[in-house]
Design a protein around this ligand. Structure first.
Ligand code: F58
Length: 817
């Protein structure tokens, strides 16, 4: 920022004026009233809970901005190596409660606001979720931001500020219906719009090749479409530290080069269309989970955000005045899945076409900077952009991809001369009509490190997905970083009473910064008094959820029953279908029982929640089946005491904060080898719920920590799955268990509305085991405590420290006091 420089006197005065004031209750009230009257133009006679929420939010935001400013200024003076976390999704949820808790000012705020006639718990409920993500991948990014701030790492998140987040789901006649999530209607106090920070982004056109001064070719991209990216900053406060980092989300707007020619020629519509096309780029989040769709607008989103991000990173680097060779000493870029992979090519392009480096010089820098996290091995989720589409939108990038592939295949050929098949298999370009670019292969070839998100998953990544690349590049390029979740949001915030009990028992809050300290709770696992308190908190969380269910599903569930939860995106591989079969089986068994036998059953409430991608027919049918089954099961007066079933609509972060602390068991039952990690499994156990799960993803590592007696794992192991599939398909052996015949029959004949036949697998025996265990209250409490106390490993703080040490090579930079 050239120009104005304050004199020492002015700087001193500035410092004095910006020095934070002591945050007394009175000061909070002043700020609150100030925002109510000035920012919102309200008066004491014109306030409701929503206005009070907004006034509180703006005053909390002021606190955040102070910390954020000093963190950023400090980072600028030190100029450390920073990590840039590039993600097309950040599933942040609500911010106010989280900010109050992380800043350690919640009680003060609650008291101050209470005296003005408002209840903080009610105000917190007024906030709309920032739902800029689909599921696990987006929520992981948000947890990682919390950990990066808490651990004082110099870090930035970069992504897109969608105008519409993931759709809102309602259930109409048992079917999912989607409603647009326009979350910005009343403005957003948690962002700072930076109209001063903008970058041009271009698409389309042609590339001109000409002779450069030194004799080589130079390439000039002449695009046909230009838009502008505008920065929006979301400050992320760390817990128990002054570090406040930033998520910078880009929003698109038309470039100023308004098409006056068309405008003047009377082609009003043409000139306006360009404007709206530009704004459309950041309109919507694509609502698919674990499924790739090759839409042009999606590719535009990807390039738009990495293009603006790289300009921002480079601007920051250039302030150091150091040569390009030093770039990797200041910059680590993490790709959250392949979605930002075109950013690799963009950096290579900038270095060659704009900064004048030669290919090898640029390549050396690029490959030292980037690393890539893979989140899935499902073939249908792997990104492949067609060559014609890439050529149309990003012609110069397509040339560079061909070059990267050429040099890569030449070196493969040198290592394995004459092996044409190998070249075909390993090529970044998939031959077909049309050709397409395998984005995961592109990422593997260009990144210094590739990681999976749980031990089993990373193993499959290395042995199945990229086996020939492991052989070629060596195993050193591939690693595992097991996922984690932030205990601040997922225990301290979502389950305040349990958090308080833990703090009281451990006589310190330090476990919130070092989750391994939870292990000290193990010594109380058999203490009846501790068990009583622990289970009483669970009971009150179940009551709270029961109230939510009454309000949203019109079903009055029995809070003493086992709460058996499966909430996550609806997907075949996650097998909600298998779960509902098991529930129907249970229902049919209940029908056959005498009153006497019935009276001995362990009551159960089965809770489903989750969104289906709007175009995913089978997943939508599963939702319909669950709702139809609920209609039969809940209205059977004889058995509904023992079995109830609900589908809670619109699963999102803030609903998860109510459901997760209330579960007795949760289901994580993907076919072995399909769920990369899962992260809600960690959240449930952290809150004293037990897992019913398959030997898949992070379930395995959770089981290693809890011990097999505190987790209900069942089913076949990954290597057996292929064999079973084969036998099923070709009809040799393996029959559907006869216990399920009648269930499949009753669905087929329409008892539950919709006929559907799928491959059922059973976990009925496991559920019986759960019933038996639940009857012994003390044993159950002990399992619940021991399991939660074993969750130290699954803090996202541990994951982030792993990344920092093994992949990014960055260190914490705590702000001076
Ligand atoms: C999820 N992936 C994995 N993808 O399924 C889950 O096992 C893992 O725990 C989590 O990532 C975090 O590592 C996931 O959520 C998506 O939602 C993509 C969104 C964009 C389109 C492709 C799927």
């Amino acid at each position: 920022y050239p120009g104005w420089k304050p004199s020492p006197e002015i700087a001193a005065r500035w410092k004095k004026l910006t020095a934070p004031k002591e945050l007394t209750e009175e000061h909070i009230q002043e700020e609150f009233v100030n925002h109510a009257t000035k920012t919102l133009a309200r008066s004491a006679f014109n306030m409701d809970d929503f206005a009070a929420y907004q006034a509180s939010a703006y005053s909390v935001r002021d606190q955040l901005i102070d910390q954020w400013n000093s963190t950023q200024m400090y980072h600028t003076t030190v100029s450390p190596k920073r990590v840039y976390y590039l993600s097309l999704e950040f599933l942040i949820g609500r911010s106010m409660d989280n900010a109050l808790l992380n800043l350690g000012i919640k009680d003060r705020y609650a008291n101050a606001i209470d005296k003005l006639g408002f209840n903080m718990e009610d105000l917190v409920e007024q906030e709309t979720d920032a739902a800029l993500g689909n599921g696990g991948l987006g929520r992981l990014a948000a947890c990682f931001m919390d950990s990066l701030a808490t651990l004082d790492y110099p870090a930035w998140g970069y992504g897109i500020r969608y105008n519409y987040g993931i759709f809102e789901q309602s259930i109409v006649d048992g079917y999912q219906t989607e409603h647009p999530d326009y979350w910005l209607t009343f403005g957003n106090p948690w962002e700072i719009q930076r109209l001063d920070i903008t970058y041009p982004v271009a698409f389309g056109g042609t590339v001109i090749r000409s002779k450069g001064a030194s004799g080589g070719f130079v390439y000039t991209w002449e695009p046909t479409e230009r838009v502008v990216a505008v920065a929006h900053d979301f400050p992320i406060p760390g817990f128990g530290t002054k570090s406040t980092i930033n998520i910078r989300l880009w929003s698109s707007k038309p470039s100023n080069e308004f098409d006056f020619a068309s405008f003047n020629a009377g082609e009003y519509e043409k000139s306006v269309k360009e404007q709206t096309d530009a704004e459309n780029i950041t309109s919507c989040l694509y609502p698919n989970d674990n499924h790739y769709i090759g839409k042009k607008l999606r590719l535009k989103q990807q390039y738009f955000f990495v293009c603006a991000t790289l300009q921002d990173i480079i601007r920051r680097f250039k302030k150091t005045g150091e040569p390009w060779s030093e770039f990797p000493k200041h910059v680590a870029i993490q790709l959250n899945d392949t979605h930002p992979t075109i950013g690799i090519v963009e950096l290579q392009r900038i270095l060659i076409d704009e900064e004048g480096l030669d290919w090898d010089g640029a390549w050396k820098i690029v490959t030292k900077v980037y690393s890539y996290t893979n989140h899935t091995v499902l073939p249908e989720a792997l990104e492949k952009w067609t060559v014609p589409l890439l050529k149309e939108l990003l012609p110069r990038h397509m040339m560079i991809i061909f070059d990267i592939n050429l040099f890569f295949l030449q070196s493969v050929e040198r290592r394995y001369p004459g092996d044409r098949e190998k070249l075909r298999r390993m090529s970044i370009i998939e031959e077909g009509v049309p050709q397409s670019v395998r984005m995961a292969y592109l990422a593997v070839v260009c990144c210094h490190t590739v990681n999976g998100v749980a031990e089993l998953h990373s193993d499959l990544v290395q042995k199945q997905l990229f086996s020939e690349f492991v052989e070629y590049f060596g195993a050193g390029r591939f690693t595992n970083v097991t996922n984690g979740v932030t205990p601040r949001r997922w225990l301290h915030q979502a389950n305040p009473r349990l958090s308080a009990l833990i703090t009281k028992t451990l006589k310190s809050q330090h476990w919130l910064k070092d989750l391994s300290e939870l292990a000290k709770l193990k010594q109380f696992a058999s203490d009846p008094e501790f068990q009583r308190k622990w289970m009483e908190i669970k009971a009150s969380n179940k009551k709270r959820l029961a109230e939510h269910i009454a309000a949203h599903c019109n079903v009055y569930v029995n809070p003493d029953a086992i709460f058996d939860v499966q909430c996550k995106r609806i997907h075949e591989y996650k097998r909600q279908f298998m779960n509902i079969l098991q529930v129907i089986h249970r229902y049919e068994e209940l029908q056959k029982m005498t009153d006497e036998v019935l009276a001995k059953q362990v009551p159960r409430v089965v809770i489903f929640a989750g969104k289906s991608a709007p175009g995913y027919y089978i997943a939508k049918m599963v939702i319909k089946l669950i709702n139809n089954a609920a209609n039969v099961i809940n209205y059977n007066l004889r058995t509904s005491k023992y079995l109830q079933l609900v589908f809670i609509p619109n699963y999102n972060v803030s609903l998860a904060e109510i459901i997760i602390p209330a579960s007795d068991i949760s289901q994580h039952i993907s076919t072995a080898g399909t769920e990369a990690s899962g992260t809600s499994n960690m959240k449930f156990v952290l809150n004293g719920g037990l897992i019913v799960g398959t030997v898949d993803g992070a379930n395995i590592e959770i089981g290693e920590e809890t011990g097999p007696e505190n987790i209900f794992l069942f089913g076949v192991l990954t290597p057996e799955v292929e064999d079973i599939r084969h036998k099923q398909t070709y009809g040799t052996g393996i029959k559907v268990d006869p216990k399920l015949d009648s269930v499949v029959e009753s669905i087929r004949d329409g008892t539950y509305g919709q006929p559907a036949i799928f491959e059922p697998l059973l976990h009925i025996d496991t559920m019986r085991k759960v019933d038996a265990c639940f009857q012994n209250k003390a044993e159950w409490a002990k399992k619940s405590i021991l399991a939660a106390a074993s969750m130290g490993k699954f803090s996202s703080d541990r994951s982030i420290n792993d990344y920092a040490k093994n992949i990014w090579h960055i260190s914490p930079l705590p702000p001076p006091e």
